[in-house]
Write a protein that binds this ligand. Structure first.
Ligand SMILES: [Zn+2]
Length: 290
């Protein structure tokens, strides 16, 4: 069994090609634990989590990377996020009974998928991932090919207990490596879901590329972690007016907000709301004095 909840980068010594392998077990199960998703959603969300963990290896700064697919069909939202500390979280929203089996393409047909990169400091980046491939992996491969001009092969697998991802990619800004790429991608294409979910990284690499020298970097631990907080929740509430919030308190006694990712519950009463808006008044007041 592979070492789960780890992300490992790999370089092939004699080629301008890199690889990333990730395995998720506890982090995946924790993301599912507070929800009762059907098996199909568990699988797709596992693939999304494996995907963002792989892509987080390409982050060159502190920040987070998000993948979000939306549609008007039964599956409304699939979303997963990973930051530079390899904290993962994910969420799904859907309506009604889902079929037992359906491809990513069928479920999200006509929808859209966006990859967002949010540095802690600096400009946010958003790119559209066309939902043209049959699988999430195929859509992401096409995105890299088109947006980054980087030949990329991605495998994603999840079974409700474990999720795993494998990425093979030409190194950016290197010379012509078309022949190398053909050789490596041909070998990598034989990787099966069961192998990816069950074998350790060294065995996977030996099976696929037994004649190639590769160097494995030290693995990074992956973990489920939600960075929601009382302050962030309060900030989100400020999109409503003080009157709107107070009328909810009059009817319900308090305002209860559950984090969709981790189910943490935040409660606000009348004095919280008064304080929230008197802060704003103070700030505005001091602006006027200056
Ligand atoms: Zn949370």
């Amino acid at each position: 069994m592979s070492s789960p909840d780890q992300l490992q980068r790999v370089i092939f010594e004699q080629a301008d090609i890199r690889s990333v392998i990730s395995g998720l077990e506890q982090s995946y199960q924790q993301a599912l634990a507070n929800h009762q998703y059907p098996a199909l959603i568990n699988e797709l969300l596992g693939q999304m989590m494996a995907a963002v963990s792989l892509l987080s290896a390409t982050l060159k700064f502190d920040g987070r990377l998000m993948l979000q697919a939306q549609s008007e069909n039964q599956v409304k939202v699939l979303m997963a996020e990973c930051n530079h500390q390899r904290d993962l979280r994910a969420i799904a929203r859907f309506d009604g009974e889902l079929p037992e089996q359906a491809s990513f393409h069928e479920l999200l047909q006509g929808g859209q998928m966006v990859i967002s990169i949010e540095p802690d400091q600096g400009q946010r980046y958003q790119g559209v991932v066309p939902l043209e491939g049959e699988t999430l992996a195929a859509c992401l491969e096409a995105y890299f090919e088109r947006s980054e001009q980087l030949p990329t092969q991605i495998h994603l697998a999840a079974d409700g207990q474990r999720a795993a991802g494998f990425l093979l990619q030409v190194m950016p800004a290197k010379g012509d490596s078309a022949d190398e790429w053909q050789h490596f991608s041909y070998l990598a294409a034989t990787l099966k879901d069961e192998e990816l979910l069950e074998l350790d990284n060294t065995t996977i690499l030996r099976r696929l590329f037994h004649e190639e020298d590769c160097r494995l970097y030290e693995a990074d631990a992956l973990q489920f972690h939600c960075d929601c907080s009382r302050q962030r929740t309060a900030n989100a509430l400020r999109y409503m007016t003080q009157e709107e919030l107070e009328s909810i308190i009059q009817e319900e006694g308090s305002i209860e907000v559950n984090c969709q990712f981790c189910s943490e519950r935040y409660s606000f009463d009348q004095s919280d709301i008064t304080m929230m808006f008197s802060d704003t008044a103070n700030i505005e007041g001091s602006d006027q004095i200056h």
